[in-house]
Design a protein around this ligand. Structure first.
Ligand SMILES: Nc1nc2c(ncn2[C@@H]2O[C@H](COP(=O)(O)OP(=O)(O)OP(=O)(O)O)[C@@H](O)[C@H]2O)c(=O)[nH]1
Ligand SMILES: [Zn+2]
Length: 353
């Protein structure tokens, strides 16, 4: 099978690529990014590439190529220049860490996200719901992995707790240290030519899981560029790797925060249980917070909607509202700043200094 097809090349990208064939460009997928250097996979193997200046100037940072993106590349000697990105099927974003409300795209063209939580006191229902919410609103299917099951006597209880959150997603209970267990769940959930991402706080066991799926240690052998043999990258960057069964996985090490953004304007926070109940609310635009005839509040009172699920829903709504308003402020400020900068520039030109 052609290399690019092994990496998930499909009709969608082919259609968009064909409109560019006249320019002597190749299609490639971004495996990893380190500073300015992008490691790509092309039909003839790995290639190091940089972004074209025109691409840097013409788009916002969130549109710059990310791990998993399909790009158009032009070869110059041993290096490539990335001219553009093919339209994404989806993109996984988060609120960038820190107080500023900026959206950060982590990876693109993802079929499903493994949200990993460790059962060694790392399990946190609120954090898990934040991940679930964000992944779902990015149009990516979530699969929850409860790792370090060997460290708790009643691991099954956690699986039930996740199921009660109502996201209807698969929940895998495992111990990354046990290779046989990895084989079991991965053969069920990892489909060849599909792309997955591993998400979760630092230390939950993402690298251990990935190394066991790969059968070797990624840090030592996985992240090298065979194109120029410039040695080994021991990197903390996101890296897309091909697994022995033909599926791909992007590791995202060292993740500390994962805040919600607003992915489609006005769409709000969606929760399967709450969406279903909302159909019976008296008012079509019910916010489920104080309105009479609210079926969601009634369900909390009757105990049919778990109160923690409702509380998390309200918390995520608030977080999203905060993201939305401060992002709007930031954009307004940036707009005002560029207006002032333009006026200063014009004034300089007019006064010739
Ligand atoms: N007991 C036990 N320990 C585990 C398990 N999975 C991982 N660990 C240990 O937990 C520690 C952290 O694991 P990592 O795989 O480095 O965690 P990570 O999620 O990749 O962390 P970052 O790279 O910082 O994002 C290591 O010491 C692992 O050996 C498990 O299932 N059970
Ligand atoms: Zn309501």
């Amino acid at each position: 099978m052609p290399i690019l097809q092994l990496y998930g090349w499909n009709e969608h990208f082919m259609r968009h690529f064909e409109t560019n064939t006249s320019q002597d460009l190749e299609a490639a997928r971004v495996l990893s990014i380190q500073g300015f250097k992008h490691l790509l996979i092309t039909e003839t193997g790995n290639l190091d590439a940089q972004l074209a200046g025109a691409l840097i100037n013409s788009c916002e940072p969130e549109a710059y190529p990310k791990a998993g993106d399909w790009v158009l590349v032009k070869r110059y000697d041993e290096e490539g220049i990335i001219i553009g990105t093919l339209p994404r099927i989806n993109e996984l974003s988060r609120k960038a860490p820190g107080t500023q409300s900026t959206r950060q795209v982590l990876a693109a063209n993802i079929d499903a996200a493994f949200i990993v939580q460790g059962l060694d006191q790392n399990y946190n229902a609120m954090r898990l719901q934040r991940y679930l919410q964000q992944v779902v609103q990015c149009n990516i299917s979530p699969i929850v992995i409860l790792n370090k099951a060997d460290l708790v006597p009643d691991a099954e209880r956690y699986r039930q707790a996740v199921q009660e959150l109502g996201y209807n997603c698969p929940v895998v209970l495992t111990s990354a240290l046990d290779e046989a267990q990895q084989k079991e769940w991965s053969s069920q959930y990892l489909v060849p030519r599909h792309t997955y991402i591993l998400l979760g706080s630092s230390g939950v066991g993402k690298s251990t899981l990935l190394n066991n799926l790969l059968g070797y240690r990624l840090q030592e052998e996985g992240a090298t560029s065979s194109a120029n043999n410039k040695g080994k990258h021991t990197t903390t960057a996101r890296h897309l790797v091909l697994l022995p069964n033909g599926s791909m996985i992007i590791d995202s090490p060292g993740m500390r925060e994962f805040g919600v953004t607003e992915e489609s304007e006005g769409k709000g926070i969606h929760h399967p249980l709450i969406d279903e109940l909302a159909q019976q609310c008296r008012f079509g635009d019910c916010t489920h917070q104080h309105e009479p005839g609210c079926a969601v509040i009634a369900a909390v009172h009757h105990g049919t909607l778990p109160e923690p699920v409702y509380r998390s829903y309200l918390k995520l709504l608030r977080e999203q509202y905060h993201f939305k308003t401060s992002e709007a402020d930031r954009r307004r400020n940036e707009k005002q700043f560029s207006k002032i900068a333009r006026q200063v520039g014009k004034h300089r030109k007019d006064s010739k200094y």
